[in-house]
Design a protein around this ligand. Structure first.
Ligand SMILES: O=P(O)(O)OC[C@H]1O[C@H](O[C@H]2O[C@H](CO)[C@@H](O)[C@H](O)[C@H]2O)[C@H](O)[C@@H](O)[C@@H]1O
Ligand SMILES: [Mg+2]
Length: 257
């Protein structure tokens, strides 16, 4: 694959951009368990500065639940689309439109937990989405994917399986980051701005597609294989550095006084 060019630095203060951020693999390095990632004070301060400069046009767009995002980034709260857009919080202090766990997904979660009893596989129950994490037991990835694919045949229509490098997720068809981003771009705080989306994963490609169609800037972090994003950044440190340049962070003494 041809190396992607780096995105040009943007001026977040220019009232021109709306920023959408994936979390894992984009802002945070991966860890063996979803709860093992850490948000440091520097990242929090960067996000706060960016939110201010963008006039509030900043949102997380993630596969995590919004409750999990809030725990991670406390005390910072941002507008967020969680569960690939099945959950929304349209403004920083607004209510969360949460998604519950259907009975058939609850039953499947119990069944799969029994299958992997004693194995180092983390089963994350996220309302209508079931994620099996095998990062700590890579030899079990193929079995996890097989189990979820077999389960798909027994579920009512409307679900799909999204295999990854370190796990597999079963999710409703309407869970898609592109639609999640577009929900924000219709809001007063975001509308009329050029959307910019940073993501690192297959599940972000649908977001890149929407961003491309809407004249925005799509950036894939640690690009591997095909991507719809025209720009790339080498990894989490490069993504953070680029965001810092765009936000002029940390501020120089003259700028902050
Ligand atoms: O859309 P994202 O913000 O990138 O979230 C995607 C998933 O992130 C989390 O899982 C991933 O990160 C974990 C921590 O590094 C890692 O242990 C796991 O293997 C990864 O899949 C989160 O737990 C999921 O719910 C998100 O869907
Ligand atoms: Mg990610």
């Amino acid at each position: 694959m041809k190396a992607l060019p780096q995105p040009p630095p943007l001026n977040f203060e220019a009232d021109e951009f709306a920023l959408f951020l994936d979390i894992d693999g984009t802002l945070l390095e991966h860890a063996a368990h979803p709860d093992a990632v850490r948000v440091d004070d520097d990242l929090l301060a960067l996000l706060q500065a960016a939110e201010r400069q963008l006039g509030g046009a900043l949102a997380f767009v993630t596969g995590r639940s919004i409750a999990a995002v809030d725990r991670l980034f406390a005390p910072l709260r941002l507008p967020a689309a969680g569960l690939y857009g099945l959950e929304h919080r349209l403004s920083a202090n607004g209510p969360v439109e949460a998604a519950g766990e259907p009975a058939d997904i609850a039953a499947l979660a119990e069944e799969i937990a029994a299958e992997f009893d004693g194995a180092n596989v983390y089963i994350e129950r996220k309302g209508p989405i079931l994620a099996l994490h095998t990062r700590a037991a890579p030899q079990l990835l193929a079995r996890a994917i097989r189990l979820v694919e077999q389960a798909l045949d027994r579920l009512p229509p409307g679900y799909r399986v999204l295999p990854g490098n370190a796990g597999v997720e079963l999710m409703p068809l309407e869970a898609a980051k592109g639609a999640a981003i577009r929900r924000f771009t219709e809001l007063p705080a975001f509308t009329g701005r050029r959307p910019v989306f940073l993501g690192d994963d297959t599940s972000d490609e649908n977001g890149f597609q929407a961003i491309n169609e809407d004249g925005g800037i799509a950036i894939r972090v640690r690009p591997q294989g095909d991507t719809l994003a025209p720009y790339g950044l080498g990894g989490v440190p490069e993504a953070i550095s680029w965001l810092k340049r765009c936000a002029g962070y940390p501020p120089t003494k003259a700028a902050s006084s």
